[in-house]
Write a protein that binds this ligand. Structure first.
Ligand SMILES: [Zn+2]
Ligand SMILES: [Zn+2]
Length: 316
């Protein structure tokens, strides 16, 4: 089959071995897959991953033990727990120490014609969500994780730092609540997408010192935490949504003195993300910068890494 493979470099292969589903797995034919920051990091050696990357995708079940599932359009939760440990027993597969993660850790992903996925990870997609939109379910779920972790209501003054791929989705997820919301970014053209949705945007945090109840760092920058601590109010909450290669020299004494709650946030639940897409409370289509065929996958990665580019999709 056709696949994009990372092994000491990224290459397109036309003769990659088609995977065979293990018991409990379905064979899924990929329709579209999205390139995210994690994929770009993988090509720099992140997680030491080799094989087929790709974890944001939509596909069709081609082969399943239960043939009523065949032909169903699906997305998939990406953390594959061992099913036996205490985390897995408490529905926290995301934290299973023996987990595999589609296209990131120990399991081939979606930049290929086919991948195999455990049934319990598959989520059928309603007809009202298009293929291009469905690719965003996984990263949008990560954005909605914030609403699982903190209470957000009409009294919450929230700010998102960063107007990139994840920042855009986090802002849209927060905008489904009635909090007062503000985005601080560096790119006029990306902020314009949010402005068009009626969300106040800024290019600097000037005058916001210790004002916000909730600050979400989506900058992916070593300065993000420090910038968030500047504007969060005493007893407020800072959520770290992106990993960065080197952790910064942020002054953590401010966390102690101002009793700031610092929260990490990664993958999230698919259901609220799918519901928001279905109800048109979020709009991900403006975030698609370009679509490449899988044969042009290497070029697509290079394109996705450029400044100013939001989402790049691969069509399989
Ligand atoms: Zn991703
Ligand atoms: Zn486990």
């Amino acid at each position: 089959m056709k696949a994009l493979v990372f092994d000491n470099g990224l290459s397109f292969r036309a003769d990659w071995k088609k995977p065979v589903p293990a018991p409990g797995e379905a064979l899924v034919r990929v329709t579209y897959a999205g390139v995210c920051a994690t994929d770009l990091e993988i090509t720099k050696g992140y997680m030491g991953f080799t094989g087929v990357p790709g974890h944001e995708f939509v596909g069709v079940i081609e082969e399943a033990a239960d043939d009523r599932l065949e032909g169903k359009r699906v997305a998939a939760e990406i953390n594959l727990g061992c099913g036996r440990c205490d985390y897995c027993k408490h529905k926290m597969e995301n934290h299973c120490p023996a987990r595999k993660v589609l296209g990131i850790l120990g399991k081939d992903g979606a930049f290929a014609e086919y991948l195999t996925v455990p049934f319990k990870n598959l989520r059928p997609i309603p007809d009202s969500i298009s293929d291009e939109e469905a690719v965003f379910i996984e990263p949008l779920a990560a954005a909605f994780e914030i609403l699982e972790q903190v209470k957000v209501n009409e009294y919450t003054r929230a700010a998102v730092l960063g107007d990139g791929r994840l920042g855009q989705l986090v802002v849209q997820a927060l905008a489904t609540t009635d909090c007062s919301l503000l985005v601080i970014g560096r790119h006029e053209e990306k902020l314009a997408l949010l402005k068009a949705r009626g969300i106040p945007t800024r290019t600097s945090a000037e005058g916001l010192q210790k004002q916000l109840d909730l600050v979400v760092d989506c900058t992916g920058s070593p300065d993000g935490l420090s910038a968030a601590l500047d504007i969060v109010r005493p007893a407020g909450t800072v959520i770290l949504k992106t990993t960065v290669a080197q952790r910064p020299g942020a002054d953590l004494n401010r966390v102690v003195i101002d009793e700031v709650t610092l929260l990490g946030s990664r993958c999230g639940p698919f259901a609220p993300a799918m519901q928001a897409l279905e109800e048109r409370r979020v709009d991900v289509k403006p975030l698609i910068t370009k679509v490449f065929d899988i044969e042009q996958g290497v070029e697509a990665f290079g394109y996705a890494a450029q400044k100013g580019v939001l989402k790049v999709l691969l069509r399989v």
